[in-house]
Ligand binder design. Structure first.
Ligand SMILES: O=C(O)CCC(=O)C(=O)O
Ligand SMILES: [Fe+2]
Length: 308
């Protein structure tokens, strides 16, 4: 079955694609107006509280920051499933990954007033926080690089003051972190660490533990803030050096991002894992599927939810 195979109205232009390959990200683009996104978020909040049908609700999933309770709610909330398939997003992802694309994970990234920023990090195969240290995505033999395309949608305004994303352009082709190294989870670390004068952490981990060179430091002088209006989204390689500012607490409202992660159908998702153990929680992957958001799946590597 096919979806999103018609006219690619929102495809990236040649110059946008060139820019994407050069800097590792492109955007922001607009999905909805701030008023529309605000309405959507109001509806969504009520649904998010009802975790009865959330696929990871059965086992321990701690709350606060990013964690398993924030993962993959597109399986039980239609509104989120629809978001992952929006042509404004998928057409552009197709320009990068080709016509046959899976969404394999969605995640919320909330920052409440006073919350620390997100550590600088890069993710290639996502073994980084996995308790079993197994790669969560595996590209075909011969691929020179891995990673996933992340589409991060601002569900609220995202500003320097309330913790917007930061990128270091052009850093997506070389990993500064070794995802096979161990990282300790410690919930007491959340909102409790300062790194080079900035309050930052990785939701209970310290991402610096994965550094290939323990003495290396990201060149923050090259970092760019990704200021976005509610309803805008940005597209980036997970291998791009990215982080976020702390929420300064000057404003009372939270910042919320909804990340959707995409790979081509040739990629194997969770090939070695039957459960997720990360961010202090654990859950079975038995109800996990990849969602085909465009084209077709001729590889059959993964359990795939096809369009109705
Ligand atoms: O929103 C954030 O602070 C971090 C987001 C992130 O790391 C991601 O989407 O991969
Ligand atoms: Fe990330």
């Amino acid at each position: 079955m096919n979806i999103n195979t018609g006219e690619k109205k929102y495809a990236l232009s040649d110059s946008e694609l060139e820019q994407f390959h050069k800097q590792g990200f492109i955007g922001p683009f607009t999905l909805a107006s701030p008023v529309e996104m605000d309405e959507l978020l109001k509806t969504l909040r009520k649904k998010l509280f009802n975790t009865k049908n959330a696929i990871y609700s059965t086992k321990k999933a701690v709350s606060g920051g990013t964690n398993l309770a924030n993962y993959d709610r597109h399986f039980d909330i239609n509104l989120l499933s629809e978001l992952t398939k929006r042509p404004e997003i998928v057409n552009r992802v197709n320009s990068i990954l080709g016509s046959d694309v899976l969404c394999w994970r969605t995640e919320f990234f909330p920052k409440y007033p006073g919350d620390e920023g997100t550590d600088w990090h890069q993710a290639s195969n996502f073994a980084n926080v996995a308790g079993d240290k197994k790669p969560q995505i595996v590209w075909p033999n011969g691929s020179d690089f891995g990673g996933t395309i992340t589409v991060w949608t601002a569900m609220t305004d995202s500003t320097i003051e309330n913790g917007c994303l930061q990128f270091i352009p052009g850093t997506h082709t070389q990993m500064n972190y070794d995802e096979t190294k161990d990282m300790n989870y410690d919930a007491d670390m959340i909102n409790n660490a300062e790194k080079d004068g900035i309050r930052r952490g990785f939701f209970g981990y310290d991402y610096r533990q994965l550094q290939i060179d323990p003495d290396w430091k990201p060149d923050e002088s090259k970092a760019e803030p990704m200021v976005m209006k509610a309803g805008q989204f940005i597209i980036f390689w997970s291998t791009l050096m990215h982080a976020s500012y702390p929420h300064s607490g000057q404003s009372e409202s939270m910042r919320l991002g909804f990340a959707k992660r995409y790979v081509p159908t040739s990629v194997q998702v969770y090939p070695f894992s039957r459960e997720l153990k990360e961010f202090g929680g654990e859950a079975s992957l038995i109800n996990h599927k990849c969602v085909l958001v465009s084209g077709q799946d001729s590889y059959k590597h993964n359990v795939v939810e096809e369009p109705a």
